[in-house]
Design a protein around this ligand. Structure first.
Ligand code: G
Ligand code: MN
Length: 250
């Protein structure tokens, strides 16, 4: 099935939507953040997962447009959910291709200002290991984001793409341990313990991804992980469903 021609029109026709998955504080189980995840509602094939269409978009130069849409949606919802004293962080995934284009910082700045999103609400999640030549450039960009109050999260940590330098060398505020590591974790898990020690020494928040059971939650809590995300707490939901969930959170 060749999805590329369809993908080219999908953004323009509003077939790509932002869904949001909760992240909770492991001790209180309250929602403290949500991750924006792209969903493609294809008119014939139904819901198409991002792991199918994001690589396609990256390969064919469509990621810039989808990325800009996700940033705009993330900021719009961040503004809506952070009126008054409410605080919920909103994380948006940013691919390496977006990081090395010059407009990313402008897009983020414009959205944050226009919508008056409070500081420390928006977080960008980055994943790929970058070629050494680009590290300095990306580092400068991420430092500028930090100056805007935007958080920097290292995603899928422990999959082989990620390295300790990403925690130590980049202006990281959060690290998300990949679900493969979380679901295989033991109560004394040396990898997770190591990440927590390294992260906490630098004031970095640790998130466990893919928590599906109470047993997994107990293990990561015991290892000192701060936040958890996964089906135990909720799947990615539409804006209206997440809005309702947040309204009912004490
Ligand atoms: O790469 P990243 O960590 O941003 O991807 C998050 C993806 O993981 C989403 O597509 C989401 O649907 C999926 N996901 C989130 N929580 C769980 C979980 O508890 N179990 C499984 N199997 N998948 C999950
Ligand atoms: Mn992510």
């Amino acid at each position: 099935m060749d999805l590329l021609p369809d993908l080219r029109v999908a953004v323009a026709r509003g077939q790509i939507e932002a869904y949001f998955q909760p992240m909770v504080d492991v001790s209180t189980r309250r929602i403290v953040a949500v991750e924006a995840l792209a969903r493609w509602k294809h008119p014939e094939h139904g819901l198409i997962a991002p792991n199918v269409f994001i690589p396609l978009a990256e390969e064919h130069g469509l990621i810039g447009e989808i990325g800009a849409f996700m940033i705009a949606e993330g900021c719009r919802c961040a503004a809506a959910w952070n009126g008054g004293s409410a605080r919920v962080q909103v994380s948006v995934n940013v691919s390496a291709a977006q990081l090395t284009t010059s407009s990313l910082l402008d897009q983020i700045t414009d959205n944050l200002r226009r919508l008056s999103v409070p500081d420390d609400v928006l977080v960008v999640e980055i994943t790929e290991s970058l070629p050494v030549v680009e590290i300095a450039e990306v580092n400068a960009l991420l430092n500028e984001m930090r100056l805007l109050g935007v958080g920097v999260s290292v995603d899928d940590y422990g999959t082989g793409h990620s390295t300790a330098e990403q925690l130590a060398g980049l202006p990281t505020t959060e690290v998300k341990i990949d679900m493969s590591r979380v679901q295989a974790a033991t109560p004394n898990d040396p990898f997770i313990r190591g990440v927590v020690t390294l992260a906490h020494a630098r004031g970095i928040t640790v998130v466990a991804e893919g928590v599906e059971t109470e047993a997994q939650l107990d293990i990561v809590r015991g290892l000192g992980v701060d936040r958890a995300q996964g089906y135990l707490f909720g799947r990615p939901e539409s804006e209206s469903d997440i809005s309702r969930l947040l309204k009912n959170t004490p």
